[in-house]
Design a binder for this molecule. Structure first.
Ligand code: PLP
Length: 370
């Protein structure tokens, strides 16, 4: 069935993203479109940069929103940090680590992979030992591996990776604004996210921050960045004081991200993280009581995406379809190796609310009984 603009049904997206967008953000996106040199646009871009620094917990000058979804952030971080010939270590334990390795494989680097079983965490000592062995110049890892609901601990990794002479690149697409991300204290060199997850704006922008250490490497490159569109040496003039035209600013998306960040800052980054933890624990208690098992081991669960194994005897597709048809709720299916084996319940950003926890549990109880 096709829907016209006016009769698009209201869904409740409680999967791994996009998350529900608050009305204030939807109103912001409907503001008049202006050109990229209009003082209104300049002010919004400056505001977005400042607010993103608070969200990322960084003083990095190079903090901006890449035009494109989270994958554009991933590609941007990789093509700028990796120079052809570099030894690069990409850590994988899920679908998005695989994507990182796929992009890195196109960067003419000496690619090494640390492949950990899907559903198992990547541990810091494994990463450091492998980075040392291959003399890595860049190490890439996903913080919250949305495909399996695993939280890969990265807190102590950055400074140790630096001691080995490498840079640390981290995917926080699903975690920024929902789980603790402390860019400067943790020594992260390139961190990117997505507007549509715990920040609760629509999809279309990839917030990103890059450390001075990484900028130094970028500026010392002997070769051009392989992507013109994502070349940060160009993009910085566009976001910086010179305001050179590089590409047409997705201005209405910037309004949306700006307003979403206002909401993040009003709540406070740490309080927001705590709210995600609280809602995760509430949902987990209910799922445990129903006998459902998480796909990740205890102590390594993402709080914003709860991936559980489809229980014996339940029909994966039927349950997900009924969530949508009977409750208007979108939940996530398993991805890649977890296809047909997991359900993913997202409590992200504006979606991380007590009433949504109650809805998921009630609907699941009803559907499993049926
Ligand atoms: N990385 C992670 C951890 C993700 O969860 C996603 C999307 O789900 C991506 C990267 C890719 O982002 P996008 O789909 O916005 O391009």
């Amino acid at each position: 069935m096709l829907f016209g603009m006016s009769d698009t049904p209201q869904r409740l997206p409680l999967g791994p993203g996009p998350s529900p967008v608050p009305p204030r953000v939807l109103q912001a996106i409907a503001k008049p479109t202006v050109g990229h040199l209009d003082p209104i646009c300049l002010e919004v871009m400056d505001g977005v940069r400042t607010k993103l620094r608070t969200a990322f917990k960084t003083k990095n000058e190079m903090t901006l929103a890449v035009s494109g979804t989270g994958s554009a952030g991933m590609e941007c971080a990789l093509v700028n940090l990796i120079e052809p010939g570099d030894s690069v270590l990409i850590c994988t334990n899920g679908y998005f680590g695989e994507r990182m390795a796929e992009i890195a494989s196109r960067c003419q680097c000496d690619l090494h992979r640390l492949d950990v079983e899907w559903g198992e965490p990547i541990l810091q000592d494994q990463v450091l030992a492998e980075a040392k062995r291959v003399n890595a110049k860049v190490v890439g890892i996903v913080h919250g591996e949305t495909s399996t609901g695993i939280h890969n601990p990265i807190k102590d990794l950055g400074h140790k990776v630096h001691e080995l002479g490498a840079l640390l690149l981290v995917d926080c697409v699903a975690t920024l604004g929902g789980m603790e991300v402390d860019t400067d204290a943790w020594g992260l060199d390139a961190v990117y996210s997505g507007s549509q997850k715990c920040l609760s704006a629509p999809p279309g922008l990839a917030p990103m921050t890059v450390s001075p250490r990484a900028i130094e490497k970028l500026e010392a490159r002997k070769t051009k960045v392989q992507s013109w569109y994502l070349d940060l040496t160009e993009v910085k003039h566009y976001w910086g004081e010179d305001r050179f035209y590089h590409h047409t600013a997705p201005v209405n998306m910037l309004y949306a991200l700006d307003e979403a960040l206002n909401i993040v800052l009003e709540e406070g980054v740490d309080s927001r993280v705590q709210r995600h933890t609280d809602m995760h624990l509430l949902l987990k208690a209910g799922l445990d009581a129903m006998g459902l098992k998480y796909a990740s081991p205890e102590g390594y669960h993402m709080t914003c995406v709860n991936a559980v194994r489809v229980p014996e005897g339940a029909d994966d597709l039927k349950v997900r379809k009924a969530f949508m048809s009977d409750y208007g709720i979108e939940i996530g299916a398993g991805l890649g190796k977890f296809k047909g084996k997991a359900w993913r319940f997202g409590l992200m950003g504006h979606g991380a609310q007590r009433r949504n926890v109650a809805l998921i549990l009630a609907a699941l109880d009803d559907l499993l009984k049926r």
